[in-house]
Design a protein around this ligand. Structure first.
Ligand code: PLP
Length: 392
């Protein structure tokens, strides 16, 4: 008999992140000599700014080779606190900041901390697929909160609050959002906060990983701006998207006082600490010049306009302009294709990698996600190929 993990049922409930599966298939096809344009994966196509790389190299040369405190080095946690004050106007203590090996690990930690059989966790649908996967793993019941085009790809506060009951343990929100690029308006966030402040048994995970990637002069609204829910609130953020550092595996989160010991213990047991040189790079990212971040943002903004314009010219496709992140989530229902089938056929036959909406939840059917973290030239070639495919 094979050795089985003890909680085999829980492991069978773990899902996948199909954007990464699409990436793997794209690499495979490219290795066979195919010309693949990847609009599937959600990561900036820019290199990490040079001064950040240099700070990591210097840290290694200076001998930062050992373990660090498991919640992260103090100067980095202080830098996160400074940035939080700058971006949200909210003072936080470096003691409430945890340095994590990427944004995803905060998601894992918060969901495993709050989720248990009998409990319920609300999450956005369509949304980042790992939310639901980890909720299932924890044994809690996943309760999808609809994110609809009709609601500008935001949650509706009243509806979200109506889905909460005495078993609800955690509410996950994500703005700017993956996969839709939706940005929740301040009024909606304030209404949700108003409801949640009288439900102290419900924790909140606010995934703010795309906080910088927001357009048209909109300002990101952080849940940290609402002191009344601070005891319930876990904020997920990190370096991956803003500073083009997905491969560095560096993230941060902000935790309420009463959960700090638990998360520190989880870190101690799970990963000891984050790579020391990456932590020094993280300080340089926050404290150094932000010109590269501004240039990346300008490039994303330009590509956003172009991809929306090109997609709307295609038969059967309707694409609204997203307010944040670097994804478009067009409606493809009029093409007659099912989203996953279209994505798979486009990759195999036309060499364009995109992700089907259902990979982000049941409510994603009828849409596909395209990442415009790619050059204008590739975006134009990719949409050209999609057009040819659709008119066959
Ligand atoms: N949250 C959302 C909404 C994301 O889209 C992603 C990555 O795509 C993450 C979190 C994870 O970020 P990281 O790469 O830092 O783990």
């Amino acid at each position: 008999m094979n050795i089985l993990p003890r909680s085999i049922k829980a492991f069978q409930r773990i899902g996948e992140e199909n954007a990464l599966t699409v990436l793997a298939r794209s690499v495979e096809l490219a290795a066979q000599g195919r010309d693949i344009i990847n609009l599937g994966v959600g990561q900036p196509d820019f290199n990490t700014p040079e001064h950040i790389v240099e700070a990591a190299v210097k840290a290694l040369r200076d001998g930062h080779h050992g373990y660090t405190p498991y919640n992260g080095i103090l100067p980095l946690r202080e830098a996160v606190a400074r940035r939080t004050l700058f971006t949200t106007g909210t003072e936080i203590s470096p003691d409430n900041v945890m340095i994590m090996p990427g944004g995803k690990v905060t998601m894992f930690a918060a969901i495993m901390m709050m989720g248990e059989p009998g409990g319920e966790i609300l999450y956005p649908d369509p949304g980042f697929p790992i939310y639901r996967s980890m909720i299932e793993f924890s044994g809690a019941k996943p309760v999808p909160v609809p994110i609809t085009h009709a609601n500008n790809f935001s949650f509706n506060a009243e509806q979200t609050l109506s889905q909460i009951n005495e078993n609800t343990r955690l509410v996950i929100i994500n703005s700017p959002a993956n996969p839709s690029g939706g940005v929740a308006p301040r009024g909606e966030i304030a209404a949700l906060v108003k409801g949640l402040e009288s439900l102290p048994h419900v924790a909140i995970l606010s995934d703010e990983i795309y906080d910088t990637i927001i357009y048209d002069g909109h300002k990101h609204v952080s849940l940290l701006e609402f002191p009344s829910i601070r005891d319930q609130l876990i904020v997920l953020n990190g370096w991956s998207k803003t500073w083009a550092m997905t491969g560095w595996r560096l993230g941060w989160s902000v935790w309420p006082d009463h959960l700090c010991d638990d998360i520190r213990k989880l870190a101690l047991n799970g990963w000891s600490c984050v790579n020391a040189s990456a932590q020094y790079a993280g300080i340089a990212a926050i404290d150094g010049p932000q010109d590269d971040v501004q240039s990346m943002l300008a490039a994303f903004d330009h590509r956003r306009g172009r991809i929306v314009e090109l997609l709307n010219r295609l038969p059967g496709i309707t694409c609204s302009i997203p307010k944040g992140a670097f994804y478009v989530f067009p409606d493809i229902r009029q093409t007659g294709w099912k989203a996953r089938e279209l994505a798979s056929r486009l990759l195999e036959e036309s060499g364009v990698a995109i992700v089907g909406g259902p990979d982000f939840g049941i409510l994603g059917e009828g849409n596909v996600r395209l990442s415009y973290a790619n050059s204008i030239e590739n975006i134009e070639r990719a949409v050209g190929r999609i057009g040819k495919f659709l008119s066959r």
